[in-house]
Ligand binder design. Sequence first.
Ligand SMILES: NC(=O)c1ccc[n+]([C@@H]2O[C@H](COP(=O)([O-])OP(=O)(O)OC[C@H]3O[C@@H](n4cnc5c(N)ncnc54)[C@H](OP(=O)(O)O)[C@@H]3O)[C@@H](O)[C@H]2O)c1
Length: 217
Amino acid sequence: MNRPYIIINCAMSADGKIASSVGSQLRISNNEDMRRVYNLRNEFDAVLVGVNTIQADNPKLTIKEEYVQNPKNPIRVILDTHCITNEDALAVDEQAKTLIITNGECDKNYKSNVEVVQCGVDYEGFIDLNQMLEILYNRGIRKLMVEGGGTVIWNFLKLGLVDDLFVFIGPMIIGGKCTPSMADGEGINQEDELINLEILEFRKIGNGLLIHYKMVK
Ligand SMILES: NC(=O)c1ccc[n+]([C@@H]2O[C@H](COP(=O)([O-])OP(=O)(O)OC[C@H]3O[C@@H](n4cnc5c(N)ncnc54)[C@H](OP(=O)(O)O)[C@@H]3O)[C@@H](O)[C@H]2O)c1
């Protein structure tokens, strides 16, 4: 299957959480790490998130000029099976192109920078990631940065559709049994199902730690 090179980038607390216990956004990264993230985005053809991240955080998914000179905003990709992304969400503003990957009809009235792309679904009723990646590849997307949330990251990892992972660990605990974590979804049941990673590099960034892993296939 033709697919882009795929990385995951995620910021989590020392206990592996990526948001508050009610799913609202928390500042886990520091400014230095944000600079790294914006520079990374600048190297990618597309950035991808799930629709829950759009609803919870309302991210713009563009690049701030204070961090990168003459940025080239990547295409924003939203996995949104039922096309519920609001017309006024920041991720569909006119600053960059956006693809909304959906399965059914879409009655929204987005601006011309937004394209709604039809895709099949998997056994869980989620967008079929293999099919979606082939669609992106056929549109010339060769480098894809997956930014969350936990359900999306889990599904990419589960299917082995990840090349590199960049995890920034902030020096705080969030806690909570049901707090979103870096990889949610159903999880594994036994040792032979473990999703194995290899650490390629780690470095301190300000008050946190960045770990670069590759996926062991
Ligand atoms: N710290 C960080 O780095 C970071 C980054 C991003 C997000 N977050 C946090 O993550 C939380 C949201 O995570 P989440 O797990 O609830 O949701 P999510 O991963 O953002 O989105 C999941 C939703 O995307 C849609 N989807 C469609 N196809 C999918 C597929 N193949 N695999 C997975 N999802 C698919 C599904 O909704 P439909 O069925 O409706 O399409 C699914 O429920 C928020 O609290 C946010 O603050 C943190």
